[in-house]
Design a protein around this ligand. Structure first.
Ligand code: PLP
Length: 370
């Protein structure tokens, strides 16, 4: 056993469970599903999904069929839905693993109807109506066709209608209302289908827009993992992730020098540098060159010089020397620098920080109920 070489990533499953309960509570009588695509936003679906199931979650969403198959291996009884539609020839895989596709186009509907016919049974599927993302989902003209030709869903069991909000993190943006209205129209146009009685619009942020947005099911992802659902105001979610990097070397500067690639930073006598074994290959963004910061206890240690592939350098001049040694762990995401703050400094969003977390970290899952 080599021990920690790069860093220690601690994932608090208890915090994820608490976040689930908070979101379920906010969503009132709506079913609170959980989005665990991209390996539960980089945190490890195999550990995260059972913790969510234990917190009461029965419905899960992933992006791809392959993710769905992997999740079925972890959760035998949960309802598992796949956002990205039906890949050609994928019908049998859905059925074999009891996965439900989200149908994003008339083409998807046709493929699923054909598979259901071949299988000789009406298999459940969600129908995705686009209300403003212009990404996936039936556009208005396809919804019209579907409303006019309901036989296209013959032999399929349409279980719910969903859509997705583009600006839900901006509580006062009127695009939210507009999408809500378009969604209501989409439900109206599909009123003949039982699916229209189970509607789902809200992601994490949408849950905080109020009861009008909850319908029968909500689909949070990021907020479960501690990312703030609202751009403004305090984060109501519990922090889930702590990333600690290990100091490899301490350097006392005794003459004017420069630090790192590109020599972007000058240092002089009396300054002290700590080199930490995490770099952009571990998902620590290169954009944090000369702008990120670590914490040793409550002491701040700014990133100086460029972030390199496997290493960063921190200015620890102001930190008492008995607190900083080779082997000392530095918080790069932690109580003093939560994921949203790190993301903001890096010019990105918490989602991207989480899903980029590297493979070289030792991972510790804490807070799980046994
Ligand atoms: C990823 C995703 C979600 C979850 O979004 P969060 O902002 O992470 O809560 C919900 N619905 C769809 C369609 C998604 O793609």
């Amino acid at each position: 056993m080599i021990g920690i070489e790069a860093g220690l990533l601690t994932i608090d499953l208890g915090a994820i469970a608490a976040n689930y309960r908070l979101l379920q509570d906010k969503a009132g009588s709506a079913v609170c599903a959980a989005v665990v695509k991209a390996d539960a936003y980089g945190l490890g679906m195999e550990k995260v999904a059972p913790a969510l199931a234990q917190a009461g979650c029965r419905t899960f969403f992933v992006a791809t069929l392959e993710e769905g198959v992997a999740l079925r291996g972890v959760l035998k009884d949960a309802a598992i839905h796949v956002f990205n539609g039906v890949p050609s020839g994928g019908g049998g895989v859905f059925a074999e693993h009891k996965l439900t596709p989200v149908l994003n186009s008339l083409g998807d509907i046709e493929a699923w109807a054909a598979y259901c016919k071949q299988a000789g049974q009406a298999l459940a599927a969600g129908v995705h109506a686009d209300t403003g993302m212009s990404r996936l989902g039936l556009p208005a003209y396809e919804l019209q066709t579907l409303a006019a030709e309901p036989q296209r869903l013959e032999g399929v069991k349409p279980a719910y209608v969903m859509s997705h909000l583009a600006r839900a993190n901006e509580a006062n943006n009127h695009m939210n209302r507009r999408q809500l209205e378009k969604f209501a129209q989409a439900l109206e146009s599909l009123a003949a289908s039982p699916a229209s009685h189970c509607a789902s619009l809200a992601n994490s942020s949408g849950i905080f827009l109020g009861g009008d947005y909850h319908f029968q099911m909500v689909r949070p992802g990021s907020a479960l993992y501690g990312v703030s659902p609202m751009t403004e105001g305090p984060n109501p979610m519990a922090q889930v992730v702590r990333l600690q990097g290990k100091i490899l070397q301490i350097r006392e500067i005794d003459s004017p020098l420069t630090v790192g690639y590109g020599a972007t930073r000058k240092v002089g006598p009396g300054e002290r540098i700590a080199t930490v074994a995490i770099g952009y290959a571990d998902g620590y963004p290169r954009s944090l060159s000369n702008s990120g910061c670590g914490f040793i206890g409550s002491y701040k240690a700014p990133v100086i010089g460029r972030v390199s592939m496997d290493l960063i350098t921190l200015d620890v001049t102001k930190i008492p020397s008995d607190s900083v040694h080779p082997g000392t762990m530095v918080d790069l995401i932690g109580p003093h620098n939560p994921v949203d703050d790190v993301a903001k400094r890096a010019g990105t969003i918490g989602y991207e920080i989480l899903t980029s977390l590297g493979a070289r970290y030792q991972r510790a899952y804490v807070g799980a109920k046994v």
